[in-house]
Design a protein around this ligand. Sequence first.
Ligand code: NAD
Length: 480
Amino acid sequence: MKAVMKSETIKAITTHYIDGAFVESHGREVMDIVRPTDGKVIGRVTLGDEEDTRRAIAAAKRALASFGRTSKEERLRYLRQLHKAVSDHVDDLTAVMIEEYGGVAQFARLIVESGVNAFAAAEKGLQELPLTQSWGKTTVTLEPVGVAGLITAWNANALFICLKLASAVAAGCTVVIKPSEMSSLQTRVMVEALNAAELPKGVFNVVTGLGTVVGAEMVRNPDVAKISFTGSVAVGQQIMRDGAATMKRVTLELGGKSPTILLDDAVLDKAIPAALVLAFMNSGQACAAGTRLLVPKRRLDDVKQAIRKTMPAFAVGDPADPKTAVGPMVSQKQYERVESYIRKGIEEGADVLVGGEGRPKGLEAGYFVKPTVFVNVKNDMAIAQEEIFGPVLSVITYDSEDEAIRIANDSKYGLHAAVIGTDLSRARRVASQLRAGRVVINGMTDDPQAPWGGFKYSGVGREYGRYGIEAFLETRAILE
Ligand code: NAD
């Protein structure tokens, strides 16, 4: 198998970005960065500690004094500078996402471009958002909430950093970013890009380190007013609990177990490829992945046939190859997690339609799993209720539209959902009954002005466009 870039030199990252400069880490612990296609060490990152974090928070606090008072026009200019700076690095950011994370080329570029677009979306959102409104003797202003801590997951590093930073800058907040430690090489390329945007020093600071060290300090520190977090439910709950001590504002973007409802008038030649894209996007390591496919019982045989026919288009392999749809899992731990769920599905009595346990042939060196589709799944099985975060799809049958809606909503999650069908008014009617923050009709699509976020355990608050900016604002009324 060809590997991406094949850079055999080990990159060492020993600095954080604090107060507009790259500074040596005070923390001394070193972590290996492992390439998921072959398990080789490709980087060593020196992890930040509480002292690095406090320095970054202090820099953000100093910068807030003037940045928090910038006009809308100034913030729009900074957003344009950020947009240009990151646009100039789309190729480098895509290449490093492929190498460090194993993101497939066809998806990695989309992720990076979505990050670039986040700055443009924030610009539009800010233009449309009245920061001051008055009536009679009352004036209401929207004020930056303060220093914000941005904590991100590893599955779309470039997008999360850009999205959260764009909203914060639009709101006039200064930030400390703690990316996933597993995305350190990607973060370095991103910070170099952001550095070229020439924002005032201290507006954004980046400390790479462990969640339990750097993240925990951000959550605890009284000088941080807000945490915007993307990651697991368990850590999100801990942030909410620990943040209460300093009354943190929180935005939590957490997990999902998203349903795709295939209505009985769906045309399978189009519907099944669309459903499989939803299931296997980002190699299944996507919070929005449509991992429960709800199909009318009477069409099950046709659905099974269509899935078998379509699966060859979802080739697993070298993420650098543009034909690859499913790359490796990010780590050995994630590989084992996905394998354990495939085993659990079999033990629970579901049937493997395609895929199954073990590495695909010829891909023994990396953290590759077989894209797997289970049929005969009941919605109360673990594979239908728990987030696997890998390319594993559960097909569940229903008898009526009402039952499909009930099964779709029978989940502790509510991040994303999809409806596929020919009669659009019917599809819209079904969509309007789903308890999810975003519902797409007839295939994956995006709108950077549309809010993103979860009902139930999928999170608290919304990101993107105007909604994302509002999450970094406080409201003040002055009455004469
Ligand atoms: P994770 O919760 O393990 O880690 C996320 C981040 O939190 C990392 O930067 C980590 O270092 C940090 N962290 C860990 N412990 C912490 C603590 N005690 N205090 C503060 N920070 C801490 O999640 P992950 O494994 O990196 O990502 C996978 C999860 O993210 C999945 O559940 C997925 O659904 C979710 N996710 C959600 C969205 C969304 O938009 N809703 C997007 C992508 C991923």
